[in-house]
Ligand binder design. Structure first.
Ligand code: CO
Length: 296
């Protein structure tokens, strides 16, 4: 699999999108207090991104406990966070398709019940980032990530992976597994990749849960549907959600375009284990990774 290095003169936009995504991630972590609604946290994260001149690259994912990924609230979601919930805050921002993807995990209420799960993914992310080098094997990162998680007596989730990122493509061709032995790819200088360890006290596999509120266009709509064309122009093939499609004509267009859309199921830990996640978007440099998703 060959990647797509980002030309040096385009890097400023990628760095700016990444700073905004990191700020949004930190905001989400701060807002994850007992009694807070996930819908309100998602709206605050997405407003933060827009106020800084970027667009959300996907709906704020606020998956909790045994939900591993792809939970975003809809307009009707009034459910509140409880003390001890393990909340993943996975956010994305893009500027003209330059995408940043970053995540952290917080134990709601600030207790230490799940501290080992949170520490495991922080350690795995740091180890994974240190293992990135241009021309180096992707498998080095997988081995480092899995090793750090096993050292905490936990399991990496083998069917969720990091990924390369290209303009307007969140999951480009290269996967970065969280267990070794699955990839024979190598990193390329200038590539943008997301390193994304997941740790669990369950089985280390995911199962598809119910279909959630995240969708994306599989392909462009027919040219004669102007309203649907406008929606495609806004989101291209990046994931979006019904919360962002507000006017009756837009909603009707989305209904007409149903067959063009892919709906994401919520991913659940197969054995019902708790799941923690941490993620940075990095640029592959000659001597190692540059972490882009830092807030300042
Ligand atoms: Co990601």
């Amino acid at each position: 699999m060959t990647g797509a290095p980002v030309p040096a003169d385009e890097l400023a936009g990628w760095r700016q999108a990444a700073r905004i995504a990191a700020g949004a991630r930190e905001l989400g972590v701060r807002l994850a207090v007992p009694g807070a609604r996930r819908r309100e946290i998602a709206e605050a994260i997405e407003a933060f991104v827009r106020e800084r001149g970027a667009e959300p690259a996907f709906p704020a994912n606020l998956s909790r406990n045994h939900e591993a990924a792809h939970y975003t609230p809809d307009d009707a979601d009034e459910e509140r966070l409880n003390v001890g919930d393990l909340l993943k805050v996975d956010v994305g921002a893009h500027l003209d398709g330059a995408v940043a993807d970053t995540a952290d995990t917080v134990e709601v209420g600030g207790g230490q019940r799940h501290a080992h799960l949170v520490a495991a993914v922080h350690e795995a992310l740091a180890a994974g980032v240190r293992a990135v080098r241009a021309d180096g094997p992707v498998d080095d990162v997988s081995r480092a990530v899995a090793g750090a998680i096993h050292a905490r007596g936990l399991k990496p989730i083998r069917d969720l992976t990091g990924h390369s990122i290209e303009r307007y493509v969140l999951h480009a061709g290269k996967a970065i597994p969280n267990v070794p032995g699955l990839s024979s790819d190598r990193f390329e200088e200038g590539e943008i990749v997301a390193i994304e360890p997941f740790a669990t006290n369950g089985e280390g596999r995911i199962a598809n849960g119910p279909f959630g509120h995240i969708v994306r266009f599989r392909r462009p709509p027919p040219a004669d549907d102007a309203e649907l064309g406008r929606l495609y122009g806004r989101f291209r093939t990046l994931p979006f959600t019904g919360r962002w499609v507000r006017t009756p004509p837009e909603r009707a267009a989305l209904e007409r375009g149903r067959r063009l859309l892919q709906t994401y199921p919520v991913f659940l830990e197969r054995a019902g284990g708790l799941v923690a996640q941490a993620e940075h978007t990095v640029r592959v440099g000659a001597t190692g990774a540059e972490v882009l998703t830092v807030a300042r």
